[in-house]
Write a protein that binds this ligand. Sequence first.
Ligand code: SAM
Length: 279
Amino acid sequence: MTHPGQLLKQNNLYAGKELGQNFLSNPGTARMIVEKTGISKDTRVLEIGSGLGALTIPIAKIVTRVTAVEKDSRLIPLLQQELDNQNLQNVDIINKDVLKIDLAELSKDKKLVVIGNLPYNISSQILFKLVEERNSIEKAFLMFQKELAKRIIAPPGGRDYSRLSAVVQYAADISFVATIGPASFFPKPEVDSTILKFNFFETRAFNQEQEKVLFNVIKAAFSKRRKSLKNSMTGGEFDYTKQFVVQVLELAGIDDQRRAETLTVDEFKSLALAVWETL
Ligand code: SAM
């Protein structure tokens, strides 16, 4: 691969902050990341934010076909050129916002393995989308800013535990893969990056309607995280009355003075079931 700094300069381009463009500049690191995913010839890979191809190239050298989604149209000819330089003709480039991609469409034949060095400004949104559409996904290997990764895997009881942690931990088994320092990127980010692996659970505890209730309950509970559940879950965009919230908390056996950040995923599930049965 050509160094991203050199490639951008040659083409009078710059790395856009608004698109979270910190490109991997160390081919050894990129190869190491791809090796850790354990993909093989038949794996159906979707890469999110392919940029200038740092991960796309080593992926395309292993699998039969890759779908690479990249929003920035300026980068597409450069990515294509990089692939041509390596004689790689097995990459389907989609120039689109990944948030608008229909994963079911891409996974008609086989579930996807999603790989991505994610744009940091929409990492959470992308992860929520992957959870929503996890029927189409076998597993995912995603790189985040270290602080966000910490929040995703945080256990209940601390400041890092958030709506995102509860939703993702409900849907997937998450494990740590690697930490990558700023020196492997261009431009260098200010913080370390962490790669996490997501194994989405095959069996579902809840049907789609119940899951909607669960995600709404988690969102409501964390909407005013400093407040007790009795107060955080009422008002705003949620139409639960205080009386209703007290009733469902009691039904779920949860003290209404507790705050969202103290609830385990199982407790959120009990609470969602109580809401589901009471509504
Ligand atoms: N994969 C490349 C690498 O590792 O060098 C680039 C990673 S860079 C952190 C994130 C990439 O995602 C950028 O190329 C950026 O243009 C792209 N991107 C940003 N927002 C996007 C979106 N909504 N949909 C698809 N790609 C997006």
